[in-house]
Ligand binder design. Structure first.
Ligand SMILES: [Zn+2]
Ligand SMILES: [Zn+2]
Length: 149
């Protein structure tokens, strides 16, 4: 997938602001996250995608770039599930449906959901800044076929 010039410019601007040099590999890493954005890719999937163009790139380089992107707010890490962080280029607050079988992650954009739960601030002095709701279950593909009676 090719970046639109808008996405590309936005990415470059964010890097520059942070004093980060925009290397081809970094750009390719960002592009790989976007190309897989529908499935909230793991670092491994991003690595496989970038390697098609840069066969010599190491997993470590990819992983470090993802960590930097996260610091800059270019990606967010979806709560580490099943021992593997998954990355989301959609940094707006939103919620997730997570299939416990195939580990598919589906976005839920529902503003009411974000307002529905009262922050638990007071009791233990913890200041809640934001929260997301995760629903776990089985996606349509993983549900056993209904037995017809
Ligand atoms: Zn599933
Ligand atoms: Zn998401």
């Amino acid at each position: 997938m090719r970046l639109s010039s808008e996405q590309r410019d936005g990415f470059i601007a964010q890097c520059r602001t942070a004093g980060l040099s925009v290397t081809h590999q970094r750009l390719a890493t960002f592009e790989a996250v976007l190309a897989n954005c529908n499935r909230h890719p793991s670092a491994e999937i991003i690595y496989q995608t970038v390697r098609e163009r840069y066969p010599t790139i190491s997993f470590n380089t990819i992983y470090k770039n993802l960590e930097i992107f996260e610091e800059l707010g270019i990606v967010v890490k979806v709560n580490p599930l099943y021992n593997e962080a998954r990355y989301d280029v959609d940094v707006r607050p939103h919620h997730h449906l997570i299939c416990r079988q195939c580990k598919k992650i589906i976005d839920v954009h529902d503003e009411e959901l974000g307002q529905a739960l009262p922050p638990v601030d007071a009791e233990n002095g913890f200041k809640v800044e934001n929260w997301t709701v995760q629903f776990t279950g089985l996606c349509a593909d993983c549900q056993p076929a209904q037995a017809t009676a």
